[in-house]
Design a protein around this ligand. Sequence first.
Ligand code: DQA
Length: 152
Amino acid sequence: MGEEKKILLVHGPNLNMLGKREPAIYGAETLDDVNRQMTDAGKQRGIAITPFQSNHEGAIIDKIQACFGTFQGIIINPGAYTHTSIGIRDAILSISLPVVEIHLSNIYKREPFRHKSMIADVAVGQISGFGVYGYLLALDALTHHLNASVKN
Ligand code: DQA
């Protein structure tokens, strides 16, 4: 039997405010709700999910770097740093691990400054606009990607 896979789940700035923050856009569920659903879904798939949230770019970069050699992949909602952070982009490139980018809202339906992602072209793929369900889609997408990589 293979070892259990480990996936880091990164939540960027202001996502600690989920449930209170602009509920018409981001919904009523809290970050704890998201993390609970994800850790449960991970268990069902034999994957250990480690959630991490920070409002600080450097802390997110440190966490991504620390994944090297420990985690097999990352699911990240970089929040507003999606649109600005070359540092997070470079951190992802530095660890050579598969990353799935997720957004609760459809960033392409919103203000023009949200249409650009610094992360999208260094991620395996992006999920945007499906609310909290998008995290489960991201988990399935990353699991599929990891299983497919093992076969190749
Ligand atoms: C977000 C979209 C970003 O534009 C925004 O800054 C967020 C949340 C989303 O999940 O829809 O903080 O990443």
